[in-house]
Design a protein around this ligand. Structure first.
Ligand SMILES: [Zn+2]
Length: 325
């Protein structure tokens, strides 16, 4: 894959960043309802040597703290200071949701359904627009970190469309335990970047309002492997090749709750199960009812719902049904 090496001054959000410079630029948009300003730092690190520009983002959903933690660690360990090229980090895009401990914007909008946004639209739409018009034109590759929503815990995985060779090559470099082929959702950040010809790797791992070390490490290792691939990772950072090749999932299904009740999963996320294996139990609170949730097919469990209480029809397990041969 050919990515143009840039060494010229970077003019971004009204600030100039020269090769070899580090700058923190503010993405400030609106104030809080208390008139307090909200700081949305964009951390830019440029090497003297020319090279690609990679953008790491998290917190499009304000409740996906594990993604924020991954980008935070990239910054705090100095992994974002490249040997060549430029690394831009935005640890929290939806700062309003993050402050409110909420997935959405204060008006209930999901930022990841607002792209490419509009200049004078809703607040979420404006944030999307500013990101797309002021940041994305400067970058060659985006890695966007997410987690499962609510109690649904995702095994570390990349989401991409099957047909794109460039993304498949990058996913191989990243080396997440799983790659789940999924279509781009209309008005998502991923879809807009695709339309703009900017490759985006979407990482999913863990669940909302939760930090998991193995998820964090998978996200960081992937970032390091990508940086290394482009000659951007400084020599003090080491990263091994993945111990196992990623498992590529072409089709998958959600196993849903047949009954409402108290739910306990008995399989680990990421594990392989056989058809009819017991995956967990649904019980009533009174010790009278006990239903075994069984696998409909052999496959990998890529998401486990960790909610203790479920309703009939709730998604319990995300299971692969077809792997890439
Ligand atoms: Zn998300």
């Amino acid at each position: 894959m050919i990515i143009k090496a840039k060494s010229d001054p970077l003019h971004i959000l009204g600030v100039t960043v020269l090769p070899g410079e580090s700058k923190e630029v503010s993405f400030d948009l609106a104030k809080l309802h208390t008139t307090s300003t909200v700081d949305v730092p964009i951390i830019i690190e440029r090497a003297k040597q020319p090279g690609p520009t990679i953008l790491f983002t998290a917190g499009i959903h304000g409740d996906e703290v594990n993604g924020v933690e991954i980008v935070r660690q990239l910054v705090s360990h100095g992994i974002n200071r490249p040997k060549c090229g430029t690394v831009i980090c935005i640890p929290i895009i939806n700062i309003f949701g993050f402050i409110n401990l909420s997935r959405e914007f204060p008006d209930g909008r999901d930022l990841n359904r607002m792209f490419p946004g509009t200049e004078n639209g809703s607040l979420a739409s404006r944030v999307a627009y500013k990101l797309v018009t002021e940041i994305i034109p400067h970058v060659d590759l985006i890695i966007d970190y997410h987690t499962g929503s609510a109690g649904r815990f995702n095994a570390p995985q990349l989401r991409l469309i099957k047909e794109n060779k460039q993304l498949n090559d990058l996913a191989k470099v990243f080396g997440a335990p799983f790659v789940l082929y999924s279509k781009n959702i209309n008005k998502s950040f991923r879809n807009t970047c695709q339309k703009l010809g900017k490759p985006l790797l979407l990482f999913e791992g863990g669940k909302s309002f939760h930090l998991d070390e193995s998820v964090t490490n998978a996200g960081i290792k992937g970032a390091k492997r990508i940086l290394k691939h482009f000659g951007m990772l400084r020599s003090q950072f080491n990263v091994a090749k993945p111990r196992k090749e990623s498992i590529y999932i072409t089709e998958s299904n959600w196993k849903r709750a047949k009954y409402s009740g108290m739910f306990k999963a008995s399989v680990k996320v990421g594990s392989k199960v056989n058809k009819k294996d017991v995956l967990g139990t649904i019980t009533d609170p009174y010790g009278k009812f006990n239903h075994y949730v069984k696998a409909n097919n052999t496959g990998y469990i890529i998401n486990v719902n960790e909610a203790p209480i479920v309703y009939q029809g709730d998604a319990l397990f995300h299971i692969s049904t077809k792997l890439k041969r």
